[in-house]
Design a protein around this ligand. Sequence first.
Ligand code: GLU
Length: 493
Amino acid sequence: MSEIRTRFAPSPTGNLHVGGAHTALFAWLFARHEGGKFILRIEDTDEVRSTEQSLAAIYDGLRWLEIDWDEGPDISGPFGPYVQSERLNIYAQYINQLIESGRAYRCFCTPEELEERREIMRARGIPPVYDRTCANLSEEQIELLLAEGKPYCVRFRMLETGTTVVNDLIRGDVSFDNSLLGDFVIRKTSGYPTYHMAVVVDDCLMKISHVIRAEEHLANTPSHVQLMDALGFERPKFAHLPLILGTDKTKLSKRHGAVNLMDYKEQGFLPEAMRNFLAIIGWSPGADEEILDHDQLIARFTLEGVSKSPGVFDLEKATWLNGEYLKRADAEKLTDTLLPLLQKEGLIEAHPSPERREWLVAVVDLMKERTRLLTDFVTWGRYYFTEDYPYDNEARKKWLSKEDTPERLDMLADRMKELETWDVEAIEAGIRGLAEELEIGAGKVIHPCRSAVTGQTIGPSLFHLLELLPRETVVARLRRAAELGRRGELAPV
Ligand code: GLU
């Protein structure tokens, strides 16, 4: 079998959407699983909407997910250039070849004329495909129009009868009635090739073996294969991926949350969790397992496992998965990831000393068991870094506003001050000892203490988290909450 080559061919006209990232990931996984090549090609034939900024966003998104490519604009390769605007002469050559062989023709119809005629066709219930007004102009007519300087585009002459069958690896044979497929534009009036022309030429010249792309392109595929046939190219294999829907089963859009991949980075997702999450949208690894790292994804990925029916982008599931990755993460590495985030929030100095870093690793190690997003370290974990942390409503309502809490907190502060050592065992013994003396359940000391020191009612093991704070800090926080409580300032808000 010849070499497996897949590609991701984004148009740089915006951010990298989660849908685009999903397509890139599947094409990449397939190539990696098969030991083939993955190519990045930039489809900037929309000369008006393509931007450098968008190109940069595509690179950022792919790199964040650790999707690497073997050939592409930045690294070149044997079939370059990999940016379509740098390949215009190649398309021009094929367009001319099609005109000369009669499989393409110049169309002088104006957009207004076309729209008018489409309106009439729609009104009559006829499919509004191009009516071939210019399909059979004589040489003389064409010469005349050209001499007049009339603008024109070039259209590909599709087969008028019969069916075009697309063999799709996910969907099987899909038949299209040729009479419903119009003669589509391959060269715009501006002289630029269209997406259809460029994608066909490039997939064939770049020897793409498997065109793996979003379902929305399935409808374009009969046009593409007819063009390939006309140019004498061998058809690649096609695999159209399932659509991605929101949890309400409508097409994924901003209503469901962010559609820009990198917004998920901002929201505190780990790239490996996002990659895993995207991979299991519309693909099932077979066994019940859902948590698969980079190597496991590559080892398991097959197109047979890809579903025909739409996949669902379930943010709750993504968040759960991220939490699982955080739990499993190496605390040292996670600390490296978190440092910029904490620094941005002004919670930690720019250059922490080795001792401070060691402390931070311990904090991260303790917290990671219960966090779901990187940003949770900054919000839930704020009390590790500053005295300026909020008391949440649960903490106020259940404990901090209660009448007997201030006294207990003061007693606990005294007890904490007297401990001989400041470690988990001593702290636990001190807290439990106080509860015993007061003849109350340990929870009645533990919860007020947690509420005072962290401002929250839930979090990691209290004894462990107290150990990671300086004793003076803990004592001061207990006293402060006691004082505020007495003054009635910790009522629920
Ligand atoms: N440039 C096209 C897009 O971004 C690529 C479609 C394809 O993969 O053929 O939708």
